[in-house]
Each structure stands twice: as C-alpha cells, then as structure tokens.
Design a protein around this ligand. Structure first.
Ligand code: GLU
Length: 378
C-alpha cells in the first residue's frame, strides 16, 4: 500500500525542524512560539511518539544580542553570532520544554562529524539513548566551529540528515509559509498551495527558489531535503509552524501544508542510509559500460575487471563515487581498497588480486551491500 496522509498517524519517531521565521516575532525570539511548540511536542510524546527538534535561530538571536543592524556577512561574524545566540536559544528551549514537563538536550552537529561512519554511529547512539530516556534533543549545526566547507549549511538539510541519522519515520519542516506553492506566493498572491508531492521532479526543485530575510533555507533546500528523505523512503511535510495546533493536525492526517510522499518500499536503513546522505566521497572510480550496467541494472558488486580509472587519494574503507566513462555518477560506495591498491588491480580478475598485492581482503572493490545507486541522490 502506498503511503498516504492517513499513514502519518502511525509515525512514531518524528523530527521537527523549526525555522528562524517561526521562532521570531516582532523582531525578536518569541517565548510564546517556543511555549506553543513545546506544548505540541509534549502532546506528541503523550501519544507515545519520540520527538526530536532541529532549531534554527542561533545566528538570528546572536545578531540581536550583538546589536548588529544587518545579517552577518562574514563567516567569523556568523560564528560569533551563533556562539552568543545558541546559548540563549538553548536556555529558552530548555525552559519552554521544562514548563511542559520535558527534558531537553542540546545536540550540536557538523557535517564533518557525520561524514565519518564511526562518529555517525556514535551520534546515532547518543540520540537513541536520549530518546530512550524520554529526552527531547534540540539539534542545531555546530556553527561556531564549522568552516564553510565542513558545514551542512542550512537547517533544512541538517534536519533531513538528523532524520536519516536516527532513522526517523517523519520529517516535519516548520516555516512561515503554508507549504510549497505553485509559484512564489510573495510575488504571486494567487499562487495555489500544493497539498501533495508524489515525486520531486527536477522541475519542482528548480521552481522552489528564493529565501527569507532571517534564515538561510528558502524553499529550495526544503524541497531538496524532502526529496532526499523521500528517496530514502521517509515521508516529510512542509507547513506553517505558526498555524494553530499544526503538529497534531498534520499527524492526524488532516490537510495542511505540503505532504511529500516517500518512495514506495522499505526505508533505506543502516549503512546505505549513511552512504546516501552523510558520507563524503574521497575519490572516484570510473567503470566500463559492462560494469556500469551490472551495477545499475543487475544488482552486482564492483569487480576490479570493470574498473577503468582511479581518481583521488583514498584509503580502504573510504566512500568513493562510481562514475561511467561519460562522467555520470552512478553510485556511492565503500571501497575495500585504497586508491593505490585499486590502481594495481584495475582491469584484472579477482583471482589475480592476491598475486598482485600479496593479500586479498575482498574479491570485489565495492561489495553490493556497501553501494547505493546515485538515482535520486541530490
Ligand atoms: N544554524 C543556523 C542558526 O541557528 C540556522 C541555519 C538555518 O536556519 O538554515 O541560526
């Protein structure tokens, strides 16, 4: 049975991202919004669900505290704002959740933490332990330490990543718009709200441009986050976080916001989920046409015989891209061999590996179990 809105009732582990535009009112952090959202989070927990929050707002609050008239432009100033604002934001969440009888935990994540499989698993275990103790994790990016290239960059992406990390059932992205519109409602007031997206096409993604004045997301990153989760088999919603009782209404399956249907079938779990989402490729393996077909159509592993070219320096166990000779990325996978070893066994038969290297830890360069096809990866 395909997943529909009424199935939202069954979602147990729910990741809720709250944008700066939802938390701010009249130019400042709104205690009332935090209170209302904490109350709704408490109601979800009462229903037996697990709730994780991904809260933006650190940079926005820090900017106000530092008395800056404009959005910080340099990375250093953004980091300074985040450092000031995060403490303040977290204190506000802690209080608001405590008023509803909930214990909050601050969890700061950077992309780099999650690109490493061991650290990814450690973060997952920490979050699971918090959930097992009934705690509500309040997640944000570790803005003060992450330089640009190590950053996730926006909390829509971070929220989806967090949802993949904990193998959540549902991602709810709360913003200051009712959902995804046919056209930008700020420019075209007659634009219609899209209630359901069955599949995020490149056109839908391209159409979702723009960004708000305070946060960093805009609709593009929201739709991209929803697409990535849909590809993993996880449902998501984009909705107005200021709208009354929004979380309960969404989880009741009522019409509100935009519902992004997950890909049919079981959600991509475990290592594949990490590969598709959080890992970072360290190199590239170019394969011939026969190997490309075997990987994409026949569910086979990548054997040295089909390998044409090894690019980049990487060690055994690294994530690598697999591409065809036309340069199209076909898959991401964990290489059993480092780049120097892969170069030595390139184009040879698996039986020759031991002779060529003096050892043979695996017959395949990438085992099927450690490979995800690029179809759907954005
Ligand atoms: N981490 C940023 C903050 O707390 C938010 C980034 C975003 O909203 O996309 O201000």
């Amino acid at each position: 049975m395909p997943f529909s809105r009424s199935d939202l009732r069954k979602c147990r582990r729910v990741v809720i991202k709250i944008g700066t535009s939802v938390l701010f009112e009249n130019g400042g952090l709104s205690r009332n919004r935090l209170k209302v959202l904490s109350r709704q989070a408490a109601a979800l927990k009462q229903d037996g669900r697990e709730v994780l929050l991904v809260s933006s707002g650190a940079v926005g609050v820090g900017r106000l505290k530092l008395g800056l008239a404009d959005r910080p432009k340099t990375l250093l100033l953004k980091q300074a704002c985040a450092a000031v604002g995060q403490a303040f934001l977290m204190t506000a969440w802690e209080k608001a959740l405590a008023d509803e009888g909930l214990l909050a935990a601050q969890v700061l994540i950077s992309a780099d933490d999650l690109a490493d499989r061991a650290r990814f698993l450690n973060a997952r275990n920490t979050l699971r332990t918090l959930l097992a103790h009934g705690v509500v994790p309040v997640i944000n990016e570790n803005d003060t330490v992450a330089v640009e290239e190590l950053k996730v960059g926006d909390n829509d992406t971070l929220g989806a990543l967090a949802c993949a990390l904990v193998e959540g059932d549902l991602f709810i992205n709360l913003t200051d718009q009712a959902g995804l519109y046919q056209a930008d409602p700020r420019r075209d007031p007659a634009a219609a709200l899209i209630s359901q997206v069955d599949k995020v096409t490149p056109e839908i993604l391209a159409q979702a441009g723009g960004g708000g004045p305070l946060g960093t997301g805009g609709m593009f990153t929201k739709v991209r986050a929803a697409k990535r989760l849909a590809d993993l088999g996880v449902a998501s919603l984009v909705a107005d976080g200021r709208s009354r009782d929004i979380l309960r209404r969404l989880l009741d399956g009522q019409e509100a916001g935009t519902f992004f249907k997950p890909r049919p079938g079981k959600a991509l779990a475990g290592k594949k989920n990490w590969l598709a989402f959080a890992s970072r490729p360290r190199g590239r393996l170019v394969v011939d046409a026969g190997c490309a077909l075997a990987l994409t159509k026949r569910g086979k592993s990548l054997l040295p015989g089909g390998l044409k070219e090894v690019a980049g320096q990487f060690s055994a166990g690294s994530t690598v891209e697999v591409a065809d000779e036309q340069g199209r990325v076909l898959a991401l996978g964990l290489s059993n061999y480092g780049s120097d070893e892969a170069e030595k066994i390139r184009g040879r038969r698996s039986q020759e590996i031991a002779g060529l290297l003096g050892y043979c830890p695996a017959e395949e360069i990438i085992h099927r179990d450690n490979l995800v096809l690029a179809e759907g990866l954005v």
